[in-house]
Design a protein. Structure first.
Length: 219
């Protein structure tokens, strides 16, 4: 499992248009793609993005605490607030060196055993990392982080988090690695511009290993 970066975070939401409006009006994003099933938003199609899948509400918090976006200067992007919430979707903006404003900085997950969960993510191809400003255990992929906060992720019937997605050069190699490591594969999706395998990570969090096909041309 050799992911190169955190590609996107996918939600199940009942209010995707409201969330997209917030992201496009205040968080430097634009709508990259919109279908009957989902809305894809981000500041750059090839960097960290958010996918909003249409779903029946209300959603349950489950493992997802918040998602943080990274900017080089809070003053430069002229934000008076750094925390935003629409229903159960909690977004934060943090200041850190970045090539692209409003790229993904980290995903905060609740975990019953944060240290053990961070260790388990290493088998999924994430790199080890020192604790960040929160002081919580975390792992790294392509300069972005997944951090684990003490809490009960539960087993919700209608979770808010659909999946975490990391970019790989070859989804087939990821499938082979998952089989070799005994990691449970949920499904494989061969789409127009991407090819991906979804696996089950710790505490029932799905992780997508997505390969961009040569036809990938979202703007």
């Amino acid at each position: 499992m050799n992911p190169t970066k955190l590609d996107h975070v996918a939600y199940w939401v009942a209010n995707r248009d409201e969330i997209a409006d917030l992201a496009t009006s205040r968080l430097g994003m634009h709508i990259i793609d919109r279908t009957d099933a989902f809305t894809l938003i981000g500041s750059n199609a090839r960097r960290g993005k958010l996918t909003l899948f249409e779903a029946e509400g209300p959603r349950e918090r489950g493992a997802l605490k918040h998602v943080a976006l990274r900017v080089s200067s809070l003053e430069a992007v002229d934000l008076e607030e750094t925390e935003f919430a629409i229903g159960d979707v909690h977004l934060r903006v943090v200041e850190a060196p970045t090539d692209v404003e409003f790229d993904l900085d980290h995903v905060a997950l609740y975990s019953a055993e944060p240290e053990e969960t961070a260790e388990a993510y290493l088998q999924l191809g994430f790199g080890g990392a020192e604790p960040g400003p929160s002081g919580c255990p975390r792992v790294e992929v392509g300069g972005a982080y997944v951090e684990f906060h003490q809490g009960d992720p539960g087993t919700p019937d209608k979770p808010l988090l659909n999946h975490l997605a990391v970019l790989v050069e070859s989804a087939d190699e990821s499938i082979a690695s998952a089989n070799d490591l005994g990691i449970e594969i949920d499904n494989v999706v061969d789409a127009a511009n991407t090819y991906a395998v979804f696996v089950w990570g710790p505490e029932h969090v799905r992780v997508e290993y997505v390969e961009h096909k040569p036809t990938f041309s979202l703007t």
